[in-house]
Design a protein around this ligand. Structure first.
Ligand SMILES: [Zn+2]
Length: 302
C-alpha cells in the first residue's frame, strides 16, 4: 500500500485558522492506530511547471514558482508566499496525480493532502494554490488512462475552483454538497456551478445529511459513468469545525466516508481519497477525523 504524504506539507503560515500540522497528525494517527505502516508513506516529490499547465495558466504557475505573487493574490489565497509554501503545494499537486495513477492500478489511491477545490486556472483562493483534483483528472485523460472522471466534493464549502475548471465538460462531472451561506458565497452555483450542487443549511446534522447523500450520490455516479472518482473528503462538516456550521458527529463523518468509498468501489470505479478542509481548534482532533476517512476507504477496499 502506498499513501502519499510529505512532511513538507507542514508549513509555517503564521497564526492561521488552517493548522498545516494537521497533515502530520493524520499520518501519525494512521500509524499509531495500526492502519498503515511508516513504510507505506510515499513522498510524491514536487510537480514540475509544465505538468501544471494542463489546467493552470502559465502566469499563475510562474508566480508560485518565482515568488512573485501580488498582494491581491495573497489576499485572495489568504496565505503569504514563501519557498516552503510553494514546495508544499507543488508536492500536494503531485500527490493527488500519483494517488490517481495508483487508484487506476489497484482500485484505491490515498493522499494525506490535496483537495484544493478553491484553486482556479489563474489564481488561488481560500488556502488552495493548485487544483489537484482537476489536474489529476485532466492529466490522466490526456494520457488516455481514463475517458470519464468525476469529483465528489463533500467539503462544507462549495468546490468553486473545480467547478469553474471543469464546467461544460462532457467527460468530467462534479458533485458538491455544501452550505451555500459560507465561502465562496456563490454556492448555489451562480458563478461556477458543479454538475450537481446540493445545498444544506447551517445546523445540518447526521440524519439529514445522510439522507440526502444516500438519495443523490448513487444517481450521480450512474449518470456520470466515471472510471475514476476523486473524493474531496473535507471534514469541516464536523460539529466542532471553526469554519463550518454543520453539526455532523465524528461517527457521522465516518459513516459518510464509508458510504462514499463503498458506493464508488462496489461499482468497480477507481477511488482517490484527498483530505480537503478541516479546521478544528485542536489539529490533532482534525487529524483524527482525516485519519478515519483514510481508514474507512482502506476498509471498504478489503
Ligand atoms: Zn472547506
Amino acid at each position: 500500500m502506498k499513501v502519499y504524504y510529505s512532511p513538507d506539507y507542514v508549513v509555517d503560515i503564521g497564526n492561521h485558522v488552517f493548522p498545516t500540522v494537521k497533515f502530520a497528525h493524520t499520518a501519525e494517527r494512521l500509524i499509531s492506530d495500526g492502519v498503515i505502516n511508516p513504510v507505506d508513506l510515499a513522498d510524491p516529490g514536487a510537480i514540475e511547471r509544465d505538468a501544471l499547465l494542463v489546467v493552470h495558466d502559465n502566469a499563475w504557475v510562474k508566480k508560485i514558482f518565482d515568488g512573485t505573487m501580488t498582494l491581491q493574490d495573497e489576499t485572495s489565497l489568504e496565505m503569504r508566499w514563501s519557498p516552503s509554501l510553494a514546495m508544499a503545494h507543488r508536492k500536494c499537486a503531485a500527490g493527488t496525480v500519483k494517488a490517481a495513477r495508483e487508484a487506476l492500478e489497484t482500485g484505491l489511491g490515498l493522499h494525506i493532502g490535496g483537495g484544493s477545490h478553491h484553486a482556479f486556472a489563474g489564481h488561488g483562493e481560500g488556502f488552495c494554490v493548485f487544483n489537484d483534483l482537476a489536474l489529476a483528472l485532466e492529466t490522466l485523460r490526456r494520457e488516455g488512462a481514463i475517458e470519464r472522471g468525476a469529483v465528489v466534493d463533500l467539503d462544507v464549502h462549495q468546490g468553486n475552483g473545480t467547478a469553474a475548471l471543469l464546467v461544460g465538460r462532457e467527460d468530467f462531472s462534479t458533485f458538491s454538497m455544501h452550505d451555500p451561506a459560507l465561502y465562496p458565497f456563490d454556492g448555489t452555483g451562480t458563478t461556477a456551478a458543479s454538475t450537481v450542487d446540493i445545498t444544506m443549511p447551517a445546523g445540518t446534522g447526521d440524519t439529514e445529511y445522510h439522507k440526502l447523500l444516500r438519495e443523490r450520490l448513487p444517481a450521480f455516479l450512474d449518470d456520470a459513468g466515471p472510471s475514476l472518482v476523486l473524493y474531496q473528503a473535507g471534514v469541516d462538516v464536523h460539529e466542532d469545525d471553526r469554519l463550518g456550521r454543520f453539526e455532523l458527529s465524528a461517527h457521522g463523518v465516518l459513516e459518510r466516508d464509508r458510504f462514499v468509498a463503498e458506493t464508488v468501489l462496489k461499482r468497480g470505479i477507481a477511488l482517490v481519497v484527498t483530505l480537503g478542509g478541516g479546521y478544528g481548534s485542536d489539529p490533532a482532533e482534525t487529524g483524527a477525523l482525516h485519519a478515519q476517512t483514510i481508514a474507512a476507504a482502506i476498509q471498504a477496499k478489503r
